[in-house]
Ligand binder design. Structure first.
Ligand code: 4AD
Ligand code: MG
Length: 434
């Protein structure tokens, strides 16, 4: 009889019928003359129960030879079962072995160290927890894009190979580019988005960005995905409102669509339900004073350290904005604060529960003279920024934007300590394999 091929996720709709599953065996055990097969196919997990009298004899005889991660076609009857997490189990009638590994699967049930797991990332992805992470990551990316699509932003792709510098010269990956000297992997698409925003008004990009940062923290990758938005005629305050709306929408959407995955990951959902506007807005100077009172060695004029961010983000239930940093610790393009020339109109958004910065944004310097002075002051190659300065020569307007890091957002939403688990193949200072 020809049984229809069905995804594990769709099994409950086929209760009482014959189906075929295509998937992998992640565990098998015997109890008397019964074999219990744990099967997964990417859409879900289900238990197959093979009883000698009900199973084709050749298939039944092959079961003891199966290794972990054997790929199989399994035919049988879907049976409703209240005790099963998926609500069903499969009474196995026949098994076709697609591929039975010769070797033992390296990832066992026992605890492995993080280095071992990262070295086997290509296989580790198959585990329940990592599968859930990948799903939450995919949903987070979708909900970020939808937020902007629903509001009339135009998705504009910005280049990865760039001649000019984005954030800081110290953390650029360079590569030889024909006869034109060095090209750099994009640290940000922002400067190109500013050009697109003068054409389309409200734009965003979403893609990989690169930082040759010699940082071995729980928050740093050398390759990460960032969604950046840029809006014409928007000031810094409006920029904060937009970020707040985005982060609330993404948190709510991910909780609404990924509750089973978040539970698999052991995420306490309470703090995510609590993410509601308005987020506290803390002036940089006040943040420094507060940190000093809490024992930090930070002085006015310094960037917040990793511990400082943790301290501030543990103090609030909501994400918190730290606004108007000293201009010396921020990128050259940020708008000078008219009320205090030592600072710029910008904000970092710190996620709660100790996660720290997930968004960085600012109002942009729209004055041609001030911007070119900042480029010189930062000792950047002026020639490379000629096109960027043109944007201030032809219809310059107040405009603002920000970038939200995907891996850091996913680490926060899933309650995962280190960003390396929220990237499918994380790139860090010490790892480029697999
Ligand atoms: O604060 P950043 O450096 O801001 C920019 O690149 C601006 N050009 C964005 C803009 O205004 N259009 O980076 C933005 C976000 C951070 O808040 C963080 O979430 C993430 O990108 N990020 C990193 N994520 C992982 N590893 C790293 N090394 C990261 N550096 C930044
Ligand atoms: Mg930043």
């Amino acid at each position: 009889m020809n049984a229809p091929r069905v995804l594990i996720a769709d099994l409950p709709a086929h209760a009482g019928r014959q189906v075929e599953l295509a998937g992998w065996l992640y565990n098998i055990r015997s109890k008397g003359s019964i074999r219990f097969l744990q099967l997964r196919d990417g859409s879900g997990r289900v238990q197959g129960v093979a009883v000698k009298d009900e199973c084709d004899p050749e298939s039944f005889a092959a079961l003891p030879t199966l290794k972990m991660e054997a790929s199989l076609l399994v035919r049988g009857e879907v049976r409703a079962d209240d005790r099963a997490p998926s609500g069903v189990e499969l009474g196995v009638h026949a098994v076709t072995v697609v591929h039975n590994p010769v070797d033992d699967y390296p990832i066992a049930k026992k605890e492995h160290g993080i280095d071992f797991l990262l070295e086997h990332r290509h296989l580790w992805l198959r585990s329940t927890r990592q599968e859930a992470m990948l799903r939450v990551r995919a949903r987070t990316a979708t909900s970020m894009r939808r937020f902007f699509d629903d509001r009339g932003f135009v998705h504009v792709d910005t280049p990865i190979l760039t001649g000019s510098i984005g954030e800081s010269a110290g953390t650029l990956f360079s590569l030889p580019y024909f006869d034109l000297g060095d090209a750099h992997l994009a640290q940000t698409g922002q400067l190109y988005l500013e050009a697109a925003c003068a054409a389309l008004g409200r734009v965003y990009n979403f893609g990989p960005t690169f930082r040759a940062e010699k940082s071995k923290t729980r928050r740093h990758l050398t390759e990460f995905w960032m969604l950046e938005a840029e809006v014409a005629f928007l000031d810094n305050r409006g920029n904060l409102d937009l970020q707040e709306e985005l982060v609330c929408a993404v948190a709510a959407d991910v909780v609404a669509n990924c509750e089973p995955e978040l539970r698999t990951l052991g995420r306490d959902l309470e703090p995510l339900h609590a993410v509601q506007p308005p987020f506290p807005r803390l002036d940089y100077g006040d943040a420094v004073a507060r940190l000093q009172a809490a024992g930090s060695s930070i002085a006015w004029g310094q960037d917040l350290g990793a511990d400082d961010e943790t301290t501030l983000s543990q103090a609030h239930q909501q994400p918190v904005f730290v606004v108007n940093y000293p201009r010396a610790v921020k990128a050259f393009y940020m708008k000078r604060n008219p009320d205090d020339a030592r600072t710029v109109l910008c904000a970092d958004l710190l996620a709660p529960e100790g996660y720290g910065e997930i968004v960085g944004g600012s109002q942009r310097e729209d004055d041609h003279q001030l911007l070119s002075a900042r480029i010189r002051e930062a000792r950047l190659p002026e020639e490379a920024y000629r096109w960027y300065l043109d944007l201030r020569r032809f219809g310059s307007v107040v405009h603002s934007g920000f970038g939200i890091g995907l891996e850091r957002t996913v680490a926060w939403l899933t309650g995962t300590h280190h960003v390396r688990e929220s990237a499918p193949f994380p790139r860090t200072m010490g790892r480029i394999y697999p």
